[in-house]
Design a protein around this ligand. Structure first.
Ligand code: ADP
Length: 620
């Protein structure tokens, strides 16, 4: 039978190049990856056979790791679901993960080939090329007659041909590089298998191919960890299970292991990672939670088991209240599942609340990784939005550390009636916003909303404990009420009436209004939005992502105490020469307000020319 040649998808080629040349010390993880794939394949076949009685399987699912010192090979065989020709081509020649391209770019930019980063990505099948000069995969798909063999040296492409091996399932054979011969020692192999596979549901056995008299030796305990009693489980066992089941590379930040009994019976063994997965913020990031029914695997990535805003959770849910024969389609509408989901959400939120109360520093670690994702729940989860807001942390103008809203309210002066916030990119740039000037001067605390999601949940929940949120870049703000400092004599608004009238007519519809500001101390001008309009920052985000064609006209606030405004106020615009100066200053002021908000200028060249003219005038 002839061989067909295929090229790897470009991304696979790049990943392989990085993997093969990496100086990763933990090369042994390839065994974990292959055993995990083999175990998944057995789980999948067991589930398929429940759905379709025509599909058969062996009495016992088994994974065999065999080795030959003579031939320098290690093989991992399973009697699971197997792969057809197309699946071999697609599964072992392409990467379908979202964000792969971005990730590879980052890796390539990093000259040291930081393998921790590769670890976070999860190289799966391709990890074998760290130790093998050639890998072959022989596979026979359940329900099919033909079997196929995939072969590659990991350099650019692979071959496919019909296989002579006709056992059901998959055999991955690695032809080891000379420097990887440590994996041909039975002790070393058995230790690695034990380390990673004790909690695999199926037997994992070791076999020495060179010794004809040797028998398969079962290495793992194959007890589903979640079925054991909490008191009998050691911390390391949880950690090993976490690493093996979710193919995670960090340690869990928190473990939730509960047997729930009552109207709904289920066990959950759920982990919150201590590190942020690389694809966390991708919209199509899959939920990594496996559903079992009475220890039988049903499905992974079960979308209706947990809401999207808890997509950082990994682990297992096992329930005896779901029928074993349930199809994945029926799972969509299963009422038991939605009850389990509600129960889990409540549990996770209340556990998070406990950590926040008892150990804020520990909670901050969680928040810095997953806060932006959890906050999506304020937007999406009508029932729990208040609870999630209670768990939310913000940076603030007066605090070095993260603060909760309850803490903000405790510090808030009695005469302050609203929770002040400003939205933008980050704390540093927001501290420099002109709208912040008077707040900083009067030591009035403002919260920084720096995640894009903040703009989206605010319309759903405009208060915390009945105290309204107030954007300091929107509407009128009467700082006198909350300010404790007495203001010196100010230029009265009346003095500025003529200037305001002039500016309004000069700007026309480029601004919505011109008015005197109570926010500014140092800057001459700033933009604010109407109370009823969209926040300026949100408009900028929407424009950037092309959801808006134009930025709407803003209100220009002027600082009556600023020398420039005072000067402009004195110019007699009836005089022609003066008028041209007034126009130049007015244009520059409007452009300044735009620049401060990151709004593109209508004519940047003109702005620079005028600025240069003024500088030159000053030099002469
Ligand atoms: P992942 O397991 O994260 O999906 P891998 O690179 O490890 O990524 O494997 C890619 C795919 O190849 C798997 O999703 C699976 O569909 C298929 N596969 C790998 N090993 C086996 C196996 N032993 N039996 C059946 N399918 C397999």
């Amino acid at each position: 039978m002839s061989k067909e040649n295929f090229k790897f998808q470009a991304e696979v080629g790049k990943i392989l190049n990085i993997v093969a040349n990496s100086l990763y010390s933990e090369k042994e993880i390839f065994i974990r990856e292959y055993i995990s794939n083999a175990s998944d394949a057995c789980d999948k076949l067991r589930y398929e056979a429940l759905q379709n009685t025509k599909i058969g399987h062996s009495k016992e699912f088994k994974i065999i790791v065999s080795f030959s010192k003579k031939n320098k090979t290690i093989s991992i065989s399973d009697n699971g679901i197997g792969m057809g020709k197309d699946e071999l081509i697609n599964s072992l020649g392409t990467i379908a993960k979202s964000g792969t391209e971005d990730f590879i770019k980052k890796l390539e930019a990093n000259k040291e080939k930081n393998i921790d980063q590769i670890g976070k990505f999860g190289v799966g099948f391709y990890s074998g090329f760290m130790v093998a000069k050639e890998i072959s995969v022989s596979s026979k798909k359940a329900g099919k007659n033909s079997s196929w063999k995939w072969t590659s040296d990991g350099k650019g492409g692979f071959n496919i041909e019909e296989s002579v091996e006709h056992n059901l399932g998959t055999k991955v054979k690695l032809n080891l590089k000379d420097e990887a011969s440590e994996f041909l020692e039975s002790i070393r192999l058995s230790n690695v298998i034990k380390k990673y596979s004790d909690h695999i549901n199926h037997s994992v056995c070791l076999l020495d191919e060179d010794d004809e008299s040797s028998k398969e030796e079962k290495i793992n305990q194959s007890i589903a960890l979640w079925t054991k009693n909490k008191s009998e489980i050691k911390k390391e066992e949880y950690e090993n299970f976490y690493t093996q089941s979710g193919l995670n590379y960090d340690k869990p930040w928190k473990v939730f292991h509960n047997k729930n009994e009552g109207t709904i019976n289920f066990t959950n063994l759920i982990f919150i990672p201590s590190e942020k997965p690389f694809d966390l913020l991708h919209a199509d990031k899959k939920v990594n939670l496996k559903l079992y029914v009475k220890k039988v695997f049903i499905t992974e990535n079960c979308e209706n088991l947990i809401p999207k805003y808890l997509r950082f959770l990994t682990g297992v849910i096992d329930s005896e209240d779901i029928s074993l024969n349930i199809s994945r389609e029926m799972l969509q509408n299963d009422p038991v599942l939605s009850k389990i989901k509600n129960n889990i959400v409540k549990k996770i939120l209340s556990e998070l609340e406990k950590v926040l109360k008892n150990n804020k520093n520990e909670y901050i670690k969680f928040w810095e990784n997953f806060g932006a994702v959890l906050k999506e729940g304020i937007h999406e989860d009508f029932t729990n939005k208040e609870n999630i807001l209670k768990l939310s942390m913000f940076n603030s103008s007066n605090q070095k550390e993260w603060t909760t809203l309850s803490e903000y309210l405790e510090r808030m002066p009695k005469d302050q009636k609203e929770i002040y916030y400003i939205s933008g990119e980050n704390k540093d740039s927001l501290m420099k916003s002109p709208q912040m000037e008077n707040f900083i001067k009067n030591n009035i605390e403002v919260l920084f909303f720096t995640d894009p999601i903040d703009e989206f949940w605010l319309p759903n929940l405009d208060n915390f404990n009945n105290i309204k949120f107030k954007s300091i870049t929107k509407g009128d703000i009467d700082l006198k009420k909350s300010s404790t400092k007495k203001d010196e004599k100010k230029t009265s608004n009346k003095d500025l009436e003529k200037l305001i009238a002039y500016l309004k007519s000069f700007y026309g519809d480029k601004v919505k209004d011109v008015r005197v500001s109570s926010r500014l101390t140092d800057s001459p001008v700033c933009f604010v939005a109407d109370d009823s309009s969209m926040d300026i920052h949100l408009e900028n985000i929407l424009k950037k992502h092309k959801h808006l064609n134009e930025i709407s006209a803003k209100i220009l606030e002027i600082n009556p105490e600023h020398a420039l405004i005072k000067h402009l106020n004195k110019i007699d615009t009836n005089d022609k020469k003066n008028l041209s100066k007034a126009k130049t200053i007015s244009n520059l002021l409007l452009d300044q307000a735009k620049l401060l908000e990151g709004i593109p200028l209508d004519d940047s060249k003109m702005f620079c020319n005028k600025l240069n003219e003024l500088i030159l005038e000053n030099l002469n």
